[in-house]
Design a protein around this ligand. Structure first.
Ligand code: OMP
Length: 270
């Protein structure tokens, strides 16, 4: 099943546009897992067990795993394997390179790690993205307007993000190209939605980065009231490190899912 179909089914089944970012940092893993040989694996599994009926996707940022060396790589592999097959998994590595190298990055993300989607950087242009797009059953999320302050350096002047958005529309021939847009730019979300039409938008920046959830939902849904994946990482997985961490994480996840659905309910759809 391709990414889009998997996403739609998971989203409908769980009534959710919420993606949990498994950006797991050993420093915040509850003490009870620290006895395990690879605590991140067991913490991630616990999160997946309690949230699998509440999300439309999971996203793993590879930095958190690669930075731990071989145990991190092992944790990445075992976490992706543990996620139920009917929930899409996004590999967030923000890759791209000359096409000969990009082919290998794409192979690693899609064939070795088995991600259903990946994030890529558009700075090197079309031939650096093309090897990812060739995997038609996967989805490629192109950084369009990032959530960080540095977006002001290149992306915002002259509205470079809009140029990227138009390219995403052009590259979305096989319905497998979407945009990453930070929730810290809720007004630009509307402009980008117009430019990419019905393509899927991955929106990080809710929670710890204080993006505007209501505006993002109002401005980011496509004409069918879909096409939006809202990622929360720290705001959920570090909701608590205490004994009751499972309850706290479920509570936070439900809160975010309901807040998104409430905002979605206010939007008139086709
Ligand atoms: P929290 O701020 O903890 O919710 O994490 C946000 C996640 O989204 C991290 O994995 C970031 O690397 C990622 N992200 C952004 O925060 N901003 C962006 O503009 C793009 C991404 C991303 O591509 O996912």
């Amino acid at each position: 099943m391709n990414f889009s179909m998997k996403l739609r089914e998971a989203s409908e089944r769980n009534n959710s546009l919420l993606c949990i970012g498994l950006d797991t940092d050993l420093e915040y893993v509850p003490r009870k897992f620290l006895m395990e040989t690879n605590p991140i694996v067991y913490f991630n599994r616990a999160i997946i067990d309690i949230t699998r009926n509440l999300v439309c996707a999971y996203k793993l940022n590879l930095a958190f795993y690669e930075s731990l060396g071989i145990p991190g790589i092992d944790a990445l592999r075992r976490t992706v394997k543990y996620i139920p097959k009917d929930i899409p998994v996004i590999g967030d590595a923000k890759r791209s390179d000359i096409s000969n190298s990009a082919r290998h990055y794409a192979k690693a993300l899609f064939e070795v790690w088995n991600f259903d989607a990946a994030t890529v950087n558009p700075y090197m242009g079309e031939d650096a993205i093309q090897p990812f797009l060739e995997y038609r059953d996967k989805t490629v999320f192109v950084l369009c307007l990032t959530s960080n302050k540095g977006a002001e350096d290149f992306q915002i002047p002259d509205k470079l993000y809009l140029k990227v958005a138009h390219k995403i529309k052009e590259w979305n021939v096989y319905n497998n190209c979407g945009a990453v847009v930070g929730a810290t730019h809720p007004d630009q979300v509307a402009e980008i939605r117009k430019a990419i039409e019905d393509a899927t938008m991955l929106v990080p920046g809710i929670g710890a980065q204080k993006g505007d959830l209501n505006k993002v939902v109002a401005n980011g849904l496509n004409a069918s009231c879909e096409g939006l994946i809202i990622n929360v990482s720290r705001g959920i997985i570090y909701a608590s490190t205490g004994e009751q961490f499972e309850e706290d994480i479920v509570k936070k996840t439900v809160e975010y899912r309901e807040a998104i659905n409430l905002a979605r309910g206010q939007v008139r759809c086709n």
